[in-house]
Design a protein around this ligand. Structure first.
Ligand code: GTP
Ligand code: MG
Length: 203
């Protein structure tokens, strides 16, 4: 996709605060501080459209962004960070689950994992939950710049093994070097094209 415009629409917690369902949507999920907002900014080629922070758990709302007037990106709050207050943790599950399970225009979720970290039950449970709900998932391993090439390949293999998939199902990415950017876009474009009605049924 060629990004011509990208604008913040609004933040939401509850369904009545979501923007009207219309364009196809892609949501971005992952642990706090993993690099969700940085990935979105890199995809959109905008340094500061989405706030990033070295303090984990800064994004605590569903944030909607309009892309080109025909696509919506949703930055989901990060899960699983110990320092997030219990009150917020308690709200995270229902808020994110409600959105993902009920949003008819959702085309898929980009699940972002830190390449240096072996996925835990938390991630496996989340992936299983997404698949049970028939929500397509794109798996992105971010902060790939932090590892040398041989270490990166080893980590990819270890993560694939842990998730019972192949390394072909994983995209290595870095917001710093923009490695993997075109692969992430290709995967998103593929999801957006899926199920799109052809305007002309042909002869
Ligand atoms: P929350 O909204 O708090 O859940 O965090 P987030 O997942 O949106 O992470 P964010 O994009 O704010 O990034 C967290 C920190 O990681 C920031 O200090 C970023 O600069 C850094 N970071 C993100 N992506 C990368 C990357 O690919 N490489 C490196 N080296 N640092 C990154
Ligand atoms: Mg964020």
């Amino acid at each position: 996709m060629q990004v011509k415009s990208a604008e913040f629409i609004k933040s939401a917690v509850k369904p009545d605060q979501y923007p009207p369902a219309g364009p196809p949507e892609i949501a971005f999920a992952g642990r706090s501080n993993v690099g969700k907002s940085s990935l979105i900014n890199t995809l959109l080629n905008r340094k500061h459209l989405v706030k990033t922070s070295s303090t984990p758990g800064r994004t605590q709302l569903l944030n909607f962004f309009d892309i080109n007037g025909d696509t919506v990106f949703v930055d989901l709050p990060g899960y699983g960070y110990a320092k997030v207050p219990a009150r917020i943790k308690k709200n995270w599950g229902p808020m994110v689950e409600k959105f993902l399970a009920t949003r008819k225009t959702l085309k898929g979720v980009v699940l972002i994992l830190d390449i240096r970290r072996t996925p835990q039950d938390e991630e496996r449970d989340f992936i299983d939950w997404l698949l049970d709900n028939r929500i397509p998932v794109i798996l992105v391993l971010t902060k790939a710049d932090k590892l040398a090439k041989n270490k990166r390949i080893k980590q990819m293999q270890a993560i694939a093994r842990e998730l019972d998939i192949t390394t072909d199902d994983l995209i290595c990415f870095s917001a710093k070097t923009r490695m993997g950017l075109s692969d992430v876009w290709a995967a998103i474009d593929h999801l957006l094209a899926e199920g799109a009605m052809p305007s002309d049924p042909g002869p």
